[in-house]
Design a protein around this ligand. Structure first.
Ligand code: VGL
Ligand code: ZN
Length: 199
């Protein structure tokens, strides 16, 4: 999809950037590695610099699971252990240039409940509201799970949602991330690329 010229007005007050689960365990070498997950990092760094340069709020969600989390295989869940709170796998990669005032949103922090969306049982919506955010620019990992569900909730909360077409990575390499992105668009999200934001 070509979004050239879509955002002629550029960024404005009320815009916010949300990075979803850009954490070591979801990157190559991690315990739940997403193929090519690392490719979103340089692109996200450009978005981070742009939003930070405009003084716009930035949020970074993170999976922050206890060691006995219900989503882990040994508890009967679907996933290998990943993003255990305070371990290197749960950390943001050193190459991700998060400004110091980034709002960190930890999710799925109790053993009994999983949360794919950054809005589930977190302060994300309240913080967005206190920043007067209306348009959310959402990227990260993974397209099918945490990005999709964060986008869904954002739309349900009536934010305008831009999904970062060049900075979202899918678990299923065969889907070429199109399936989850198509679903986001069907739900009302708008796909955007970095170059369109700068146009
Ligand atoms: C995620 C699977 C399990 C994600 C988190 O961030 O998309 N996927 N936990
Ligand atoms: Zn998880």
């Amino acid at each position: 999809m070509n979004n050239d010229g879509f955002m002629k007005g550029g960024l404005a007050a009320g815009d916010a950037l949300i990075l979803v689960d850009v954490q070591n365990d979801f990157l190559p070498g991690g315990s739940l590695a997403v193929p090519n997950g690392d490719e979103v990092i340089p692109v996200l760094n450009r978005y981070l610099a742009l939003f930070h340069g405009h003084g716009l709020p930035i949020f970074a969600t993170r999976d922050w699971h206890p060691p006995d989390h219900c989503s882990f295989l040994q508890q009967g869940g679907p996933w290998p252990p990943h993003c255990i709170a305070s371990t290197p796998g749960a950390a943001f990669p050193a190459s991700l240039e998060l400004p110091p005032d980034t709002h960190i949103i930890s999710k799925a922090v109790t053993p009994e409940k999983d949360a794919y969306s950054g809005f589930t049982d977190t302060e994300l919506n309240a913080l967005l509201q206190s920043s007067d955010a209306r348009r959310l620019f959402i990227g990260g990992i993974s397209a099918e799970y945490c990005v999709l569900n964060t986008v869904k909730d954002a739309l349900q909360y009536h934010y305008t949602v831009f999904a970062l077409n060049d900075a979202i990575c899918a678990m299923d390499i065969n889907s070429n991330h199109s399936h989850a992105l198509e679903e986001m668009v069907r739900l009302g999200a708008i796909l955007i690329c970095f170059k369109a934001l700068r146009a």
